[in-house]
Structure formats: C-alpha cells, structure tokens
Ligand binder design. Sequence first.
Ligand SMILES: *[C@@H]1O[C@H](CO)[C@@H](O)[C@H](O)[C@H]1NC(C)=O
Ligand SMILES: *[C@@H]1O[C@H](CO)[C@@H](O)[C@H](O)[C@H]1NC(C)=O
Ligand SMILES: *[C@@H]1O[C@H](CO)[C@@H](O)[C@H](O)[C@H]1NC(C)=O
Ligand SMILES: *[C@@H]1O[C@H](CO)[C@@H](O)[C@H](O)[C@H]1NC(C)=O
Ligand SMILES: *[C@@H]1O[C@H](CO)[C@@H](O)[C@H](O)[C@H]1NC(C)=O
Ligand SMILES: *[C@@H]1O[C@H](CO)[C@@H](O)[C@H](O)[C@H]1NC(C)=O
Ligand SMILES: *[C@@H]1O[C@H](CO)[C@@H](O)[C@H](O)[C@H]1NC(C)=O
Ligand SMILES: *[C@@H]1O[C@H](CO)[C@@H](O)[C@H](O)[C@H]1NC(C)=O
Ligand SMILES: *[C@@H]1O[C@H](CO)[C@@H](O)[C@H](O)[C@H]1NC(C)=O
Ligand SMILES: *[C@@H]1O[C@H](CO)[C@@H](O)[C@H](O)[C@H]1NC(C)=O
Ligand SMILES: *[C@@H]1O[C@H](CO)[C@@H](O)[C@H](O)[C@H]1NC(C)=O
Length: 288
Amino acid sequence: MFLFAATTVALSFLGPLVNAQSTNDTALGISAIEAHFTNAQLVPALLASFSPSALFTVTFSGVGAISPGQNLSVEQVAAAPELTIVPANSSVSLAGNYTLVMADADVVGTNESVGQTRHWLVNGVTLKNGTSSNSSSSSTPLNVSTTGGTAITDYAGPAPAEGSGPHRYVILLLPQPSSFSPPSNLSKPNVGVSVFNLDDYISSSHLGQPIAGMYFDVQQGTTNVTIPATSAVVSSTLKPATPASSTASSSASAAKQSGTKNAANRSENSLVAIPASLIILLASYIYL
Ligand SMILES: *[C@@H]1O[C@H](CO)[C@@H](O)[C@H](O)[C@H]1NC(C)=O
Ligand SMILES: *[C@@H]1O[C@H](CO)[C@@H](O)[C@H](O)[C@H]1NC(C)=O
Ligand SMILES: *[C@@H]1O[C@H](CO)[C@@H](O)[C@H](O)[C@H]1NC(C)=O
Ligand SMILES: *[C@@H]1O[C@H](CO)[C@@H](O)[C@H](O)[C@H]1NC(C)=O
Ligand SMILES: *[C@@H]1O[C@H](CO)[C@@H](O)[C@H](O)[C@H]1NC(C)=O
Ligand SMILES: *[C@@H]1O[C@H](CO)[C@@H](O)[C@H](O)[C@H]1NC(C)=O
Ligand SMILES: *[C@@H]1O[C@H](CO)[C@@H](O)[C@H](O)[C@H]1NC(C)=O
Ligand SMILES: *[C@@H]1O[C@H](CO)[C@@H](O)[C@H](O)[C@H]1NC(C)=O
Ligand SMILES: *[C@@H]1O[C@H](CO)[C@@H](O)[C@H](O)[C@H]1NC(C)=O
Ligand SMILES: *[C@@H]1O[C@H](CO)[C@@H](O)[C@H](O)[C@H]1NC(C)=O
Ligand SMILES: *[C@@H]1O[C@H](CO)[C@@H](O)[C@H](O)[C@H]1NC(C)=O
C-alpha cells in the first residue's frame, strides 16, 4: 500500500517538478530550489542566503520548464526563456517593480568575489496577473514581464569556454524599491555582456533579497578541471515553506542539520536526489 502510493507519487513527480500547481506543491518546490541553491554551493558563495517566497518556472523553447541544475546545451539556451512565478501563498504580495538578473556563477568552488559575467539585467520588471479576472489565486502563475522594463543588458545566451567545466547560470528576481539607485555604468539600456559583482550590485543599488531563483548548467567540451563534489539534497533538508503541521516542520529542520553533513556526495549535475526526496516527503504527507 505504502509502496504503491509512493510509486504513484514518484511517477507524478518525474515530470517538471517546478511546474507545481497547488499551493502545497509550490511550497515543496520552493523548499527544493532553496535546497538546490545550497547543494550547488550558490549559497553561500554567490548569495549569503536565499529564502525565496515564490516559485520560478523557467521555460526554454524546445526544452520546456527546466529543473534546478538541469544540464542544457548552448543551443537550448540561445534564446531568452519565458518566466512565470507562483507565490508561496496568498499573503505574498508580488506587486511593484522587480529586477531580473542572470549571472554566470561559473563552476562549483569558484571564488565569487571576482565577479560574475552578466547575461541578463532588466530593471522595472513587473509580474502580470492572468487575463481572466479570477486567475489571481495564489497558485496561478504570474508572467514575469520585461516589456515595460529597462533592459540594461539584453539576454545573451551562455557560451562558456570549451573545457571550463559546467557553469552555473543563475536567474534571480529581486524586489526593486523606490529607493533603487543603480550604479551609473549600469543605469542605461544596451550595456553589453561584461563582468559585474552581483553581491555589490544588489547592495549598492538597494535591491531587496531575491524572491525567486532558478539555475541551470551549461558545459562545452570535456574538462580536466576537478569540480569539487557537492553534498546531496536529502529528504530531511526539504520542508514546505508553509508547513502542513508543526511536527513535520520541526523534525524536518532538526534533520536538516545532521542530514546535510552526513549526505553522500554527488556530482554537480546529478539530478536524481530531488525527486526521490520529494517522494518521501509527499508520502509523509499522505500518511501523517
Ligand atoms: C507565506 O509564505 C511566506 C514566504 O514563504 C512566509 O514567510 C509566510 O509565513 C507564509 N504565510 C502564511 C500565512 O503561510
Ligand atoms: C552536460 O552537457 C554537455 C554537453 O552540452 C556534456 O558534455 C556533459 O557531459 C553533460 N554533463 C552531464 C553531467 O550530463
Ligand atoms: C493580481 O490581482 C489581484 C486582484 O485581482 C491583486 O490583489 C494582486 O495584487 C495582483 N497581483 C499583481 C502581481 O499584480
Ligand atoms: C515602477 O517603476 C516605474 C518606472 O519604471 C515607476 O513609474 C513606478 O512608480 C514604479 N512602481 C513602484 C511601485 O515602485
Ligand atoms: C575569495 O578571494 C578573496 C580575495 O582574493 C579572499 O579575500 C576571500 O577570502 C576568498 N573567499 C573564499 C571563500 O575563498
Ligand atoms: C502570459 O504569457 C503567456 C505566454 O506568453 C500568454 O499567453 C498570456 O496571455 C500571458 N498572460 C498575461 C496576463 O500577460
Ligand atoms: C470570479 O469569481 C466570482 C466570485 O468568486 C464569480 O462570481 C465570477 O463569476 C468569477 N468570474 C469568472 C470569470 O470566473
Ligand atoms: C588537461 O590537462 C592536460 C595535462 O595537464 C593539459 O595539457 C590540457 O591542456 C588540459 N586541458 C584542459 C582543457 O584544460
Ligand atoms: C562599473 O564601474 C565600477 C567602478 O565605478 C566598476 O568597478 C565596475 O566594474 C563597473 N561595472 C561594469 C559592469 O562595467
Ligand atoms: C495544503 O496544506 C494545508 C495545510 O497547510 C491543507 O490544509 C490543505 O488541504 C493542503 N492542500 C492541498 C491541495 O493538499
Ligand atoms: C565522494 O564519494 C566518492 C565515492 O562515493 C568518494 O570516493 C569520494 O572521496 C567522496 N568525496 C568527498 C569529497 O567526500
């Protein structure tokens, strides 16, 4: 019975797991991407912390909605993806202006203080409610619209150097308050791709912390660069952003401390860990 149910859940999750529709799936998806950012060492190397309040769906033409850390080819990411976002719950407000950024965090283990290649930077991005008047429920995706914004750097598809390993391309959506003040060399449209320091940019221009994020990998050629292994995402590190019960929440966060340390290591591109862990977590929802 349990195995049968778990298998059913497993099969339902083998699809694009970030494409969650129900609020609870959204909460799980948010926990998963949070765990993935830590697992891929984007936290704390690129971002000191990452506590998203919404789930990003990043859809490349010909690929579909991507999973966190998905390995993609230069061709697959040549054109800008479509972006939608689902808030964690109905109390998360997604009104106002946002800044959209895509940066190359390079391979695992990179010292991010040297900066990141900026592949996309748009200020004044807004989140669009669906066309139907009742589609603003907390589980309906909002379009991330760059149309009315200021494209400082237009989307430039990744093309990492041959043999330089699997680069992590990070897409973030950051609240842009009225006090937003970009550096003068990044305040006008049509600045070409160049290196900037994401952390400095966020703090000096007074952006808020990212409300949503996603990343994918692009690699060209083979490499003999040794990419340090990262620890696995284990089930105990995942808790829904809106816990179903306080018991589930506290046991999950207690397990997070030891689970992360004891986890078997894995290579950066291994994706098998997440669905398995979500299965276990979902199974616990069914049986608790
Ligand atoms: C809604 O989600 C946000 C962000 O995850 C969280 O901080 C907040 O506690 C949640 N609110 C409710 C009522 O669940
Ligand atoms: C990722 O894709 C590149 C080609 O784009 C390939 O060389 C590499 O082996 C892939 N890595 C993994 C882990 O699948
Ligand atoms: C979507 O519409 C609802 C009401 O229709 C509104 O409360 C909410 O702020 C809107 N969200 C955005 C991001 O515009
Ligand atoms: C969003 O930015 C536009 C200009 O791009 C500005 O007119 C508007 O006041 C901003 N809205 C908020 C809520 O900051
Ligand atoms: C990164 O490099 C800077 C400057 O060289 C150094 O101060 C810092 O300690 C390094 N950070 C890490 C995590 O190695
Ligand atoms: C969101 O984007 C989709 C696909 O581009 C489009 O069909 C839909 O009309 C958009 N919705 C809004 C509210 O802009
Ligand atoms: C929206 O919801 C209201 C009440 O919940 C309902 O009366 C109305 O018919 C709905 N409109 C649409 C377009 O579904
Ligand atoms: C791989 O290592 C060999 C020997 O150290 C070196 O000659 C070669 O240039 C390296 N290749 C790359 C792509 O770094
Ligand atoms: C912008 O100018 C600052 C110096 O004021 C420099 O450190 C930074 O690299 C420049 N950024 C870009 C993207 O050119
Ligand atoms: C989501 O979780 C809440 C408890 O936080 C529960 O009441 C609700 O029924 C769940 N919804 C779905 C669709 O599972
Ligand atoms: C990762 O796991 C492999 C095999 O399971 C092991 O040989 C290797 O030493 C481990 N690496 C680290 C950094 O723990």
